[in-house]
Each structure stands twice: as C-alpha cells, then as structure tokens.
Design a protein around this ligand. Structure first.
Ligand code: ZL4
Ligand code: CA
Ligand code: ZN
Length: 385
C-alpha cells in the first residue's frame, strides 16, 4: 500500500546540520542527537537527497533566540560549561519552576547545539514564508518543552516557538500539531493568549507520565486564545487504528474551524511502539499516516523532529516520513550504507515489526476513544475566530 496520501509532488526543502551529529547529552542519557545523523544517512542511502532542495543552514544567533527567550537565561546558557560555571548543581541546568534534575545536563557545546537546531527550524520557516517550498524539514528541531526562561524535558531553546513566530510574519493563522508522546506544553504556553496560533497535542497521559499537563479539559487561558489550544490525551498501548479514529476526524475539523494558512507538525518518534520512554503502540506506517494526512491539506508545512529514544526506530521513522513528504515510494529493505549494523534487530527493514511481548497492553477502549473524540469536538465547536 502507498505510504503517502496522494501522489502529487511537493517542493521539499531539507535542513541538516552535521554539526549536531557528535553532540552528547552525557553518559547514559536517553536523548541521542546522533539519531538525526542516522536518519540523514538513511535518507541519503535511499537516494532522496536529490529529490529535495538543500540550503546552507547557518546557526541561529543569540539575537534570534531572544525573540522568545529571556535575555538572562540566554546569557546563562551561553556561558555554561560542563564544569559547572554558571550552572547550579554540579552540571545540571535548573528547570523553570526551580526543579533540579538530570533531564537537562550541561554538556560540551550545548550552546552551539541550541544555535544549530534552532537555525535549521528558523531557516525552514523563512523558506516557507518566502513561498519557494511547500514542505520544509528539520529533524533536529521540535524541542517543544523549552520555556522562555529555562530548560525543561531535554529542551533548552524552543525552536518551534521561534519558527512559528517567523511564520506569523507571513501567514495570518498557523496551526501547530504535535504527535510526540509527550504534551507539547512549551509551545501551548507560548501561544495561549493568541488566536493566530492553534496548538493541538496528542499525548500519553495519566499515571504520572511527563509532564502531566494536557488533559482534554485544558483549552488554554481565558481570553482571545481560549479554545485555540486543543489536547488529546490517550492511555498506554494505543495502536494505529484507534489513534487515527482520533487524529483524522479531529484534524479535519481543526482545519475547517481554524482555517490555517501554514502548519507546523512536530513528529516526535517516541509515540512509536518499542520506544524507551513512550508506551504507545504506533507503527512507522501509523505515525507516517499523520504526516500524509496533514500533507493532504496542501498548506505550507514545516516538519520537525522531537522525542524518540529507540534510535534505530527514530531514524527509520523520519527517513520514511521524508519519503512521504517528497511523495516517493521507497522499498522496505534498508539499503547497504555502512550504518546497516544499527538496523540488525529490525532485520534491516524500514518498517520494523515487534513481537507482542514487546508491546504495551492497550489500556484504551472503544468507549474511551469515542469519549475523548467527542470531548475534543465539543471544545472545537466553541472556537469562534
Ligand atoms: C534520563 O537514564 O519525568 C536522564 C531521563 C539521564 C542517565 C542517568 C540518570 C538516571 C529517563 C529520563 C536517572 C534518571 C531519572 N539518564 C530521570 C521527573 C523526572 C526527574 C528525572 O520527547 N528522572 C522528570 C522528561 C521526563 C521526568 C521527558 C521528553 C522530551 C520530549 C521532546 C522529556 N522527566 C523523572 C525522571 C537517564 C534517563 C532516563 C526521563 N526523563 C524519562 N522521562 C523523563 O518530549 C524532546
Ligand atoms: Ca504530543
Ligand atoms: Zn517526547
């Protein structure tokens, strides 16, 4: 079956900065920036680089980051060193709200890493704004938890907020869709007061799962931006079919009522089955179906990465979604490309299969899915622009 919703080609612009490939969050940390390089190597091995435009990506500047972030926080971030200067508790960055944790370590070249992944998302947004591409891709972006004044959930700079603010200079209304397994809290918070940005997050919710916000009743603060935040919480073990019984009708209605002029899709791959952190059961096809469904609306589209902690799955997922963006069929057999060893335990197939014992028992029911869909539709019916 085809991996994309329609055969029509799109002009795709692809941003990859090799400077992120050796960034290391530290011993044993679950976030591995090298997964983006793995995805890139797969994209190249499948011969897709010739199907996309590639522009030189300059790292962002501190001034560009200051468009959203607090100057004091940026000064701290820029001066941090792994030895602890400017840090707080032996090499970890204080979270906004005062929490201290191992989630946001201070590592070598942290500032440079932030400038590079943000530079990619900003360049991608500018290309869409100029109208010279239909789809722009930056798999190293999608850091949806970062706050104005602090790091949170492995995210230091919120490249998504920066990219959306750039898009707002060109488009009347921007839709943000987040299929990462975690709630897109940082992006929601940044635009809660605005009716020019609608944020929609699908996420695992309940049982203390991070960050804990994003109940279906969470529709944003009182004011003009109310109901421009939509949350679709699901329980452990949801699979493709049930996910799309939510995703497609809800997103079709969002398109009708919000009428966006551009869309940002955060493609966090931690919603895939077998992720180290997420506990959902999506396949690479089910995940990519979100991309092809959003693509079918034919609006300027920014595709970003995000979470994803079983790195061979992440690379397979984003490589396949690059093919979906282009509108190209690619074979399931991973080409020999010198990095094949990473894909041995998925038998060198792009669309990996997991044994049932590696899946999470589905805690969603037909009734719970219908209930969430109806509650989300009810929230959407209250959106008046
Ligand atoms: C780790 O193994 O739920 C960090 C983080 C580092 C290495 C060694 C330390 C071991 C899992 C996570 C101790 C780990 C304890 N190391 C982590 C409340 C928490 C405090 C920290 O996909 N402990 C915090 C953040 C979430 C919490 C998820 C998702 C980002 C995104 C977009 C962010 N934080 C409890 C957890 C490990 C680690 C192993 C970890 N952290 C799992 N979940 C969290 O949405 C990019
Ligand atoms: Ca999400
Ligand atoms: Zn995540």
């Amino acid at each position: 079956s085809p991996s994309c919703g329609d055969d029509k080609k799109r002009r795709v612009c692809y941003y990859y900065d090799p400077g992120i490939s050796t960034v290391d969050y530290g011993e044993g940390h679950v976030m591995v920036p090298h997964r983006v390089t793995m995805a890139h190597n797969l994209v190249a091995a499948y011969g897709m680089l010739g199907d996309m435009r590639r522009l030189r990506t300059a790292p962002a500047t501190a001034a560009e980051l200051a468009d959203f972030h607090d100057e004091g926080y940026l000064a701290l971030l820029q001066d941090l060193t792994p030895d602890g200067c400017g840090g707080d508790d032996g090499g970890h960055l204080r979270e906004e709200g005062g929490g201290r944790g191992v989630d946001n370590p201070v590592f070598d070249r942290l500032w440079d890493y932030c400038l590079r992944y943000s530079g990619g998302s900003l360049a991608a947004a500018r290309t869409l704004g100029s109208g010279t591409a239909d789809i722009a891709i930056n798999w190293s972006g999608g850091m949806h938890h970062a706050c104005r004044g602090g790091a949170r959930g492995f995210c230091y700079v919120n490249d998504i907020v920066l990219a959306i603010r750039e898009l707002l200079a060109h488009f009347r209304r921007v839709l943000y869709v987040d299929i990462d397994v975690h709630h897109g809290d940082g992006v929601q918070a940044a635009f809660e007061a605005s009716n020019r940005v609608m944020t929609v997050s699908f996420h695992q919710h309940g049982g203390g799962f991070f960050p804990g916000s994003g109940a279906v009743a969470d529709v944003g603060k009182k004011g003009p931006g109310r109901y421009c935040a939509l949350n679709v919480p699901v329980s452990v073990g949801i699979g493709d079919e049930e996910y799309h019984r939510l995703f497609e009708p809800i997103m079709a209605r969002v398109m009708e009522v919000f009428q966006p002029e551009a869309v940002v899709l955060q493609c966090g791959a931690d919603s895939l089955a077998g992720d180290r952190l997420g506990e959902l059961n999506l396949t690479t096809r089910g995940h990519a179906q979100c991309v092809s469904f959003i693509r079918s609306f034919n609006l300027p589209l920014l595709l970003l990465g995000g979470g994803g902690y079983t790195i061979n799955h992440v690379a397979s997922c984003w490589c396949n979604e690059t093919a979906v963006a282009i509108g190209k069929e690619i074979p399931n057999d991973i080409p020999k490309h010198g990095f094949d060893v990473f894909y041995k335990n998925q038998e060198y197939k792009l669309h990996y299969k997991l044994e049932t014992k590696h899946l999470h028992r589905n805690r969603n029911t037909a009734n719970s899915i219908d209930g969430i869909r109806m509650a989300a539709m009810e929230n959407l019916s209250k959106l008046k622009l």
